[in-house]
Design a protein around this ligand. Structure first.
Ligand code: ADP
Ligand code: MG
Length: 729
């Protein structure tokens, strides 16, 4: 692109006006969920018996019969057609990230040369997408290209772009999961079972424990013409070069600041789309960095919340285009500027309405609260490396440990109040316990469990995993990630821990201990055991890195090596015991993780090499020769005096050639490193080679290009600069 084109694009972007949004005349309560086949629509479109049978299956998590499936499919089809749908699609989340759909029209031959629209229970419940091109880590070789997608009745069907989308799991012919939803559902069930057993100590009527998720989605918006003038953004989702602009987030004037009108129009449009799809988005605001924003819904049951986040990410991309924006979900689109995360607010609650991470009114409620908190801390401590691996990716690795986001070490922030309570419980001795026993007998007053009124004013933004009053906020999750990855590990790890806890308490009860004693003793052990995961200090500090190492926390920083945590004996044991993932599945999924890591870096390296040699170096050379020309002319005209005047030019010429030389040399080395890495057959080793040898070369190249950006005539610079990309008007 020539620089005059760059200026044209900038002008176009800056002149753009907000796109008018067709606001519905009704209030949200009228159109909320209108595109969802929810229980209201089921009631309307299904015979009464079928409606009731389906509701029971959903609540009890039991499979439905083929006969029922046929009736439901017919009702669903009628509803979908009444609402303008022409196609249907199984909708699932493959391991590549994002969502996949394969659309089929409802039409079938009517036997008279025409067609009718039909949809059978068979097509609703199960399909065999020819999915050999989805990654499967070798589970399903391409000869056996069959994979099944099967309806997840706990997540309602919806209409997107005139297509009836049916949320499904995606599994191989031999039954191994090829997606995120399958293990997520297993993890949710496993934490339900384990937590229910423990929650019954406090309320024998509890039948289920529900896992809740409230995500906060951060993102950047960039004007579409500037976006399309940056091949790196188009192809990799982030800028591979670009010098920081003089002003970015130093003034912190963007956070919670006024939202520009173009953006506001986009947000309103997005909100309306989301509400029609039953996604309860509620909060929207500017984020720390320029052009960075956030939206968050009201929390929901984890499986549904996760489907809603996946759906939001596609709706966002589409809505942004309508407003001449591109949405960037990459964790680190711009160097030197805050990256984007997706905080996962996570909690457990009983079907009786108790929130298990919230203190309650009675000492017994509070013992329950402390019990669940201590178990979460123990689980996170036990599996801190694995939990970190669950959020790691080629893209999120730019964000973690980059002195602005949580470090690449998992620790838990509790706040001083909870820390005091935990310390008090841990240090209370046996005398206290006998005391407690006496008191417990008549009033259930537990001296170790004080009245709790927690405020979460001392929230620590540097912690990757923070207790925030009634939930944990897992902040290390990346903005482009499928939250399921983190939720699978977290729920499964906590399930394992709770079930161990339950066994130990049972053993004490069998030995004749009183319930509160048994629980308190085990809680005390857990608090002491998992002390090392608790850290309320500054997670960005150098000292914390040293301290974490001393505490034996996982401090690995290389993404491909972090994935090893999935195959650690403790992880395999945890996943198998909880029934969430088998060893074969874990191995296959890691292959996919390494493969995706390699491919992402490979693409970035190619784009960077191309931009460096074909866009930047030629422009820098051209500018350099204008300096040379100037210098020669000065010397011709003025001799020695000309050389003196031209000294600055000479210095610039030398600097420019210095940078060009390093860029050329490093691009060559990077290409060689890539060739060597590509020759490695083992996916893990290949990913490590990319990490160790290709990534550092990319950083060197970028450094020198960014230096050139400061030296070369602004008029000539071919790519939109940060200051142009980052300030929407
Ligand atoms: P903040 O930015 O202060 O962290 P937000 O309001 O942006 O808070 O987002 C908080 C998210 O946490 C929302 O999605 C909210 O619904 C969710 N949330 C609140 N309480 C719970 C809970 N008990 N369990 C899970 N998520 C919760
Ligand atoms: Mg928020």
């Amino acid at each position: 692109m020539s620089s005059s084109l760059r200026f044209k694009m900038v002008e176009e972007a800056f002149d753009r006006k907000a796109v008018a949004v067709a606001t519905p005349s009704e209030r949200p309560e009228k159109y909320y969920g209108e595109l969802v086949f929810d229980s209201r629509k089921m009631f309307e479109y299904l015979p009464k018996d079928a409606y009731e049978a389906l509701q029971t299956a959903i609540t009890d998590k039991t499979p439905i019969s083929r006969q029922l499936a046929d009736i439901v499919a017919e009702g669903m089809r009628r509803w979908a057609i009444d609402n303008g749908a022409r196609h249907y699609s199984h909708w699932f989340a493959p391991l590549t990230g994002g969502t996949a759909e394969k659309h089929d029209a409802f039409i079938v031959h009517d036997g008279k040369g025409g067609v009718v629209e039909e949809f059978s229970g068979k097509l609703l419940v199960q399909q065999e997408p020819d999915a050999s091109s989805f990654p499967n880590g070798g589970i399903r070789n391409t000869f056996e290209a069959r994979g099944y997608s099967a309806w997840d009745i706990s997540s309602p069907a919806f209409i997107l772009d005139q297509t009836l989308c049916i949320p499904t799991i995606f599994i191989s012919y031999t039954g191994e999961s090829l997606d995120y939803k399958t293990p997520l559902l297993r993890a949710i069930n496993s934490v339900d079972r384990a937590a229910t057993a423990v929650a019954r100590y406090f309320d024998p009527e509890v039948k289920h424990v529900i896992s809740y998720l409230g995500w906060e989605q951060e993102y950047f918006l960039v004007d579409e013409s500037l976006y399309s003038a940056r091949p790196d953004l188009v192809m990799t989702g982030r800028t591979l070069m670009g010098h920081e602009s003089a002003k970015n987030q130093q003034l912190e004037d963007h956070y919670f600041g006024a939202i520009p009108s173009r953006v506001e129009a986009f947000m309103l449009d997005l909100e309306i789309q989301c509400h029609r799809l039953g996604i309860p988005v509620k909060t929207r605001h500017n984020e720390v960095a320029p052009n960075q924003f956030e939206c968050a819904p009201i929390y929901e049951e984890t499986n549904l919340a996760n489907d809603h986040n996946l759906l939001l990410m596609s709706v966002m991309a589409e809505t942004a285009r309508r407003h001449n924006f591109r949405v960037l979900l990459h964790e680190k689109p711009f160097k030197g500027i805050n990256g984007s995360g997706k905080h996962n607010n996570w909690s457990l609650g009983t079907d009786r309405g108790a929130m298990l991470f919230a203190p309650g009114r009675t000492p017994m409620d509070n013992l329950q609260f402390i019990t669940f908190i201590a178990n979460v801390m123990a689980a996170v401590h036990r599996h801190n490396g694995l939990i970190k691996a669950s959020i790691m990716s080629a893209t999120n690795s730019h964000r973690l440990g980059a002195n602005e986001a949580p470090p690449a070490i998992i620790s838990i922030f509790t706040g001083s109040q909870l820390a005091d309570i935990l310390a008090k419980i841990a240090s209370s001795d046996t005398t206290d316990l006998s005391d407690l026993k006496k008191k417990a007998e008549y009033s259930l007053g537990l001296s170790q469990i004080p009245e709790l009124t927690l405020d979460n004013t001392d929230r620590n933004r540097t912690s990757p995993f923070a207790f925030t009053g009634n939930r944990f906020e897992f902040r290390a999750v990346g903005s482009s990630a499928n939250c399921a990855s983190a939720m699978i590990v977290l729920n499964a790890a906590v399930a394992e821990q709770l079930s161990d806890f339950h066994s130990k308490v049972e053993a004490r009860l069998a030995a004749g201990e009183k319930l509160t004693d048994a629980i308190l003793s085990e809680v005390r052990i857990l608090i002491k055991q998992s002390e090392d995961i608790h850290f309320d200090g500054n997670g960005y500090s150098e000292e914390w890195q040293q301290e974490a190492l001393r505490r034996g926390l996982d401090c690995e920083t290389s993404a491909p090596r972090m994935f090893d945590a999935y195959l650690a004996p403790s992880s395999v044991e945890m996943f198998t015991k909880t029934g969430v993932l088998s060893k074969v599945e874990l191995e296959a999924r890691n292959e996919v993780k390494w493969e995706i890591y390699t491919k992402k870096i490979q693409i970035e390296a190619r784009v960077l090499g191309d931009l460096a040699l074909n866009h930047i170096v030629p422009v820098a050379t051209r500018y350099q020769s204008t300096l040379v020309e100037n210098l020669v002319k000065l010397r011709d005209l003025l001799g020695e005096r000309g050389s003196q005047i031209g000294a600055g030019d000479l210095e610039a010429i030398e600097k420019i050639s210095g940078h060009i030389d390093v860029i050329r040399k490093t691009v060559h080395e990077m290409v060689e490193a890539r060739k060597r890495a590509n020759g490695i057959a083992d996916e893990r080793e290949k990913a490590i080679a990319y990490h160790d040898n290709v990534v550092p070369a990319m950083e060197t190249i970028r450094y020198h290009i960014d230096k050139l950006e400061l030296l070369v005539d602004n008029e000539m610079w071919p790519l939109p600069k940060y200051r142009e990309l980052l300030f929407i008007r």
